[in-house]
Design a binder for this molecule. Structure first.
Ligand code: CCH
Length: 308
């Protein structure tokens, strides 16, 4: 973003580059999960934006409401304190950037760095100074449910069926943690590499419904010997764990409007990247009103983060 001489509070392109470089540097976390902070940073941005309700024009990534217990304590956000903690030193180093901008920008940088597409990102989000505008809990999807629930949640934000399937491709990244969501495991063998593998695996495998010791139901596929050995080698000799899908992921296969998009994205990585970049950029802009210069104007009472 170029410096705007009428609004000297906007960061310069050089300032933003410094933040992006700092995000790239923090992604490598050898002692965390699969060695990268990337996946959980992507989930942070998604959950910050995914509270949006088009009808009431509430929620969305503006405000960084997850800093408050009202939103941060939503059981759907369990584990995202790790993502916020990863970014805290950057907020200290670059106090001019708002949390709302930092969380969304970090995801865009992480996706690119993990081999994904370039996603357009605009800054200028403000941070709430109290929790009065924080959206109610319960707006984020529940992995135990099916297609109807996905439509209920994503139509509320203004997405269509194709966009729901494209967004779901983020499950190429990261994993489920029993102590966060109750689900357990990763969707793909290399969960720190952005690809269309998730769709390929959805279609290629015979997913078996299983109930975990904690009573949670998910779907698993245990790899064949050969694939397992290759994956183990790739991951440094560790025994391969079985891959998993949430009931909501499996719903993409059984629904007649979702499935054709799963098939297209499995067959065409470039199409998936193009559609994912567009829909993720849209997600991050939900609920953000800008004037002609791009300045965010929807929250006149919020602290302006660019006042250093
Ligand atoms: Fe997701 N996701 N997600 N998800 N998600 C989980 C983890 C990640 C659902 C449920 C879960 C999106 C959509 C959905 C990521 C990105 C996106 C987990 C495990 C559950 C459960 C959490 C845990 O235990 O740590 C459901 C239901 C939906 C419905 O559509 C969308 C959209 C995105 C982004 C565009 C990422 C990334 C992760 C991995 C996080 C990590 O910590 O590794």
């Amino acid at each position: 973003m170029a410096a705007d001489k009428n609004n000297n509070k906007q960061p310069t392109a050089a300032q933003l580059d410094e933040v992006k470089e700092a995000v790239r540097k923090l992604l490598h976390q050898p002692d965390y999960d699969d060695g990268s902070a990337g996946p959980v940073l992507v989930r942070l941005a998604w959950h910050s934006a995914g509270t949006y309700c088009a009808k009431t024009n509430t929620g969305g990534s503006n405000g960084a409401g997850m800093r408050y217990e009202k939103e941060g304590g939503d059981p759907a956000n369990a584990g995202l304190q790790h993502a916020r903690a990863f970014l805290e030193p950057l907020k200290a180093k670059f106090p001019w950037i708002t949390y709302a901008d930092l969380w969304t920008l970090a995801a865009v940088v992480a996706i690119k760095e993990m081999g994904g597409p370039e996603i357009s990102w605009k800054g200028g989000r403000t941070d709430f100074t109290d929790d009065s505008k924080v959206p109610p809990r319960g707006r984020l999807p529940d992995g135990a449910q099916g297609a109807e629930h996905l439509r209920f949640i994503f139509y509320r934000m203004g997405f269509n069926d194709q966009e729901i399937v494209a967004l779901s491709g983020a499950h190429n990244l990261g994993r489920c943690h029993a102590d966060r969501s109750g689900f357990q495991g990763k969707w793909v063998n290399n969960p720190t590499r952005f690809s269309n593998q998730y769709y390929k695996l959805l279609l290629a495998n015979d997913w078996k419904k299983t109930t975990l010791p904690n009573g949670v139901t998910q779907f698993v596929y245990v790899e064949e010997e050969d694939d397992g050995a290759a994956a183990a080698e790739e991951e440094g000799g560790e025994k391969p764990e079985s891959l998993m899908m949430l009931p909501t992921d499996i719903a993409l296969l059984s629904d007649p409007a979702f499935r054709p998009w799963v098939e297209r994205y499995a067959a065409d990585k470039d199409l998936f990247f193009e559609h994912f970049a567009a829909v993720f950029a849209k997600l991050l802009e939900l609920g953000i009103k800008r004037d002609a210069s791009g300045k965010v104007i929807n929250d006149e009472n919020a602290e302006d983060g660019y006042r250093s």
